[in-house]
Write a protein that binds this ligand. Structure first.
Ligand code: ADP
Ligand code: MG
Length: 405
């Protein structure tokens, strides 16, 4: 752990649309606040359902909700326009140069997904500020959340190729380029923005993929399709290094329901619950029953949170475990990556310089290998029981100095 560094705990809630993410996030935040922790609950979902759940209009700045609890609707666009203006201006010039007319170019420069990244930057700012003990994030439905959480990796990868890291080299080249071609060259201001942008992306990734500081919780209902989607989500979150520490099974039929019409439903729920327990083991599965009415307003959220967590402290890490581990195996080094529920057929592996490329279905990640592994070569790989193991063989000796190819 990072010692003196202020470190609020961040809890992200995601799941299929309608399963109860907002409800669980709001109830969790209220329970943390009532346990004496200074808590903020943020929504990245443009549908303003967090306001509806808390029964209180939330602004785009921290809005007081209850003792020790604040809420905020993240306004990613506002933050993006502050931080991204220069780069966007340059991209607009490039597009215009390429023959795309003004308005269209403006829109193109708002690279899809970019806006949301700035929502993530806010989360990081709060996590680092030392002002908050707990930061609860009510995420958008899973597909968008995965896309969002994969962005720091993906964008950094592209940015490093679009903007050469050496600014000095670029300074020398820029005047020449401007002379030989009319293509707009990124100036110092754009570079400054790009560098700040890298730093922010790195920082976001650093906070959210730090399993000590951040936990992701998957909300499900006892339904086949919902569970299937949660399994996919678990795979992709692990691929990008995020730590899932619990599953919330919401809307279970209460025992008190005795009408025989529900017998079949109860049996189905019981079956699905076993599938959730076994499938996601060793993660704890927190349970909450279908309430007799919508869970809206602080009183109902309080009761919901109490039933969900019982004696457990919602802000702590509910399950330990690192999605990625690197360990010595005799002379070899093994990289292990949890990929729960992943299929061999959808997995692709590649090596590119000091990066290990791992693709699962539509998602790919370039894992930057530690220095000590750069000279090693991949000698084997296998996927078993939800773990990918990649073996890196004995180091190739460095080429003697002065040697010719
Ligand atoms: N356990 C529950 N019992 C009764 N109603 C619930 C329960 N969980 C959620 N709801 C209700 O279902 C609706 C959708 O929940 P919400 O938390 O907004 O889902 P999501 O954020 O996943 O889309 C809301 O009206 C909420 O009050
Ligand atoms: Mg919601």
């Amino acid at each position: 752990m990072s010692g003196a560094r202020p470190s609020g705990r961040t809890l992200l809630f995601t799941g299929k649309g309608g399963v109860g993410k907002t409800t669980v996030a709001a109830a969790t935040a209220l329970r943390c606040a009532e346990a004496g922790k200074r808590t903020i609950v943020l929504s990245t979902d443009p549908a303003h359902s967090l306001s509806d759940s808390l029964d209180l209009a939330l602004g785009t700045r921290p809005t007081p909700v209850a003792d020790g609890l604040w809420g905020q609707q993240l306004d990613a666009r506002e933050r993006m326009e502050e931080a991204w203006g220069d780069i966007q201006g340059w991209l607009t010039d490039v597009f215009e140069w390429a023959g795309v007319d003004g308005i269209e170019a403006e829109e193109l420069a708002l690279l899809p997904g970019l806006e949301e990244v700035f929502g993530l930057v806010d989360i990081k700012t709060y996590a680092d500020s030392g002002e908050w003990d707990v930061i609860v994030v009510d995420c958008a439905p899973t597909a968008e959340t995965i896309r969002l959480l994969s962005l720091p990796d993906v964008l950094r990868w592209y940015m490093q190729r679009v903007f050469p890291t050496s600014r000095r080299l670029h300074r020398a080249v820029a005047p020449v380029l401007s002379r030989v071609t009319s293509l707009p060259v990124a100036g110092d201001r754009v570079f400054g923005s790009a560098e700040r942008f890298y730093a922010q992306l790195d920082g976001v990734k650093e906070v959210l993929a730090d399993t000590v500081r951040t936990s992701v919780r998957l909300v499900v209902n006892p339904e086949k399709m919902v569970i299937a989607e949660a399994r996919r989500t678990a795979t992709y979150l692990a691929l990008f290094g995020y730590g899932v520490d619990a599953v919330v099974a919401n809307r279970l039929l209460p025992d008190a329901v005795s009408d025989p019409w529900f017998d079949r439903w109860k049996a189905l729920h019981a079956e699905h619950l076993v599938a959730i327990d076994e499938g996601f083991a060793p993660l704890p599965v927190l349970r909450s029953e279908l309430a007799g009415e919508e869970v809206v307003g602080l009183d109902r959220l309080r009761a919901f949170g109490a039933a969900l967590y019982g004696e457990a402290d919602p802000s702590t890490r509910l399950h330990d475990g690192e999605p990625m581990r690197i360990m010595a195996r005799g002379d070899d080094v093994e990289l292990q990556l949890d990929l729960p529920f992943a299929d061999k057929d959808e997995l692709e592996l590649g090596r590119h310089g000091d990066e290990l490329l791992v693709a699962v279905g539509p998602y790919r990640r370039a894992i930057v290998l530690p220095d000590s592994m750069h000279r090693r070569t991949v000698t084997g790989a296998g996927l078993r029981d939800g773990h990918l193991r990649v073996t890196f063989g004995v180091e190739t000796p460095p080429r003697p100095t002065g040697a010719r190819r």
